[in-house]
Structures are given as structure tokens and as C-alpha cells.
Design a protein around this ligand. Structure first.
Ligand SMILES: N[C@@H](CCC(=O)N[C@@H](CS)C(=O)NCC(=O)O)C(=O)O
Length: 232
């Protein structure tokens, strides 16, 4: 087994599904967290200047939120067996990632994070708002990102609810009796949005019950109790 180091901010965000997978597989890893004011120090060492990044054996650093869990799912057995199982697991996880990605963009923009890097990256590219620190443009952009996040939820959640229900009436997990990485994505992608709005799953009772089932899974409940508490 390689030695793994996971680099991310001191938050759940895009890294939480990876931490959950390590916990579910009972595999040790170094959880390297940093604060926003330390980001400049780490950014240049990250292959695409973004996190999460997974480093293996102190050498190869691998980026991308969705490439890393696919790799870990194959290593740890959280993917299903056939090519079709993996396809199903992938599209479910990718749908949850649409929600996670749109929420993260909205959440960070709302909290004013990364604006300075957008404005001062010196890469010759303008931000989508054309903003250079203009607060009006930023607040329009916030509103657009909030709309986009809600639109994605309205589009994707009914599909995921139906997909879950098709598997034994939605009484177990997305892929059957075993918890797979797409189930862990369900828990993690909806955690931030759910903390903001407890009724977001009121029209999706199967997904709501699935999140509870994952949280009480023997491999996950201990992790959730012992993990560091962060507000995102
Ligand atoms: N395509 C990347 C995007 C990752 C991403 O945007 N990460 C954020 C943190 S949640 C980041 O590193 N932001 C730093 C910055 O924009 O300078 C992925 O899916 O992993």
C-alpha cells in the first residue's frame, strides 16, 4: 500500500469524500490541511494550482476532485464489479459533483475567497464578470452563482431520487447492499447545502434516508464523530 498525503484547505469541501473513502477502507493517510492565508505558499506546488491533490509515496502529486476518488474506488473496492456498474456509479457521483461544484463556487464567492487570485493572477485572462474588484459586479456574480446552484439542484436531485428508488425501492444504497463511492458522494456533496437549508431534501425522501443510512454505517459513523469540525 502506498503512503498517501491529501492536500486541501481546512474544510470539508471537495476533499471530504476522499477522507470518507480512506475511513471506510480503513487506510491510513496524511490529512494535510491549510488555512486560506497559507494558500499562496502551497499553490505553486500543486500541479494545476488547485486542491484537492493526492500525493503518493512522497512523489507523484495528482489533482482533480473526481479523478482521485475513481482511483481510490478501484483500489479500495468502492466501484462495483462490471463496466456497467462503474458507469452507473460514475454518473451518479458526477451528478452529485455538479451540485458540489456549483455550491463550492457560490459559497466561496459569497465569502469573498479567491477573488484576489482571480484579479491578480497575471495570467492575462479577465474574470467572467469583467470585475476588477468591483463590488456591484461581484454581487451580481454571487446572485448568478446562487441561481446556478439552485437550478442544478432542481435539475439533478429528482433524477437521483428516481435512480435510487429503482434499486430495491431505494431501501439500501445506489448500487445495492454495499456502500460505494457514489453513496459517499451523496453524503458529502449535500452536506454544506443541507447545513444551510435543512429542508432542501424534503421532496427527496429516499435521498434523505440514504444520507442518514450512510452516516450510521459502521465504517462511517466513527469517522463522522471523530473528524475535525469545520463550518464548510
Ligand atoms: N477542477 C478542480 C477544481 C478544484 C478547485 O477549484 N479547488 C479550489 C478549492 S475548493 C481551489 O483550489 N481554489 C484555489 C484557487 O482558486 O486559487 C477539481 O475539480 O478538483
Amino acid at each position: 500500500m502506498p503512503t498517501y498525503t491529501l492536500y486541501y484547505f481546512n474544510g470539508r469541501g471537495r476533499a471530504e469524500v476522499l477522507r470518507m473513502m480512506f475511513a471506510a477502507a480503513n487506510v491510513k493517510y496524511m490529512d494535510k490541511r491549510f488555512e486560506f492565508n497559507e494558500w499562496d505558499k502551497y499553490r505553486k506546488d500543486m500541479p494545476s494550482m488547485c486542491v484537492p491533490v493526492l500525493e503518493m509515496d512522497g512523489g507523484n502529486k495528482m489533482p482533480e476532485t473526481m479523478a482521485i476518488p475513481r482511483y481510490l474506488a478501484r483500489e479500495f473496492g468502492f466501484y462495483g464489479k462490471s463496466n456497467m456498474d462503474m458507469m452507473r456509479c460514475d454518473y451518479i457521483a458526477d451528478c452529485f459533483y455538479e451540485i458540489m461544484h456549483d455550491y463550492m463556487r457560490y459559497f466561496h464567492e459569497k465569502n469573498g475567497r479567491f477573488r484576489s487570485s482571480m484579479e491578480g493572477s497575471g495570467n492575462g485572462m479577465n474574470s467572467p464578470t469583467g470585475a476588477s474588484g468591483d463590488m456591484n459586479s461581484n454581487s451580481n456574480f454571487d446572485t448568478y452563482l446562487q441561481w446556478r446552484f439552485m437550478n442544478t439542484c432542481n435539475r439533478v436531485l429528482p433524477f437521483l431520487e428516481r435512480t435510487l428508488e429503482m434499486q430495491n425501492g431505494g431501501k439500501a444504497f445506489f448500487m445495492g447492499d454495499q456502500m460505494m463511492w457514489c453513496d459517499m458522494m451523496c453524503h458529502c456533496a449535500l452536506e454544506g447545502p443541507f447545513m444551510e437549508n435543512q429542508s432542501m431534501l424534503s421532496k427527496h425522501p429516499k435521498l434523505m434516508a440514504l444520507r442518514t443510512r450512510i452516516a450510521s454505517h459502521p465504517k462511517i459513523s466513527g469517522y463522522l464523530k471523530s473528524r475535525s469540525n469545520t463550518n464548510w
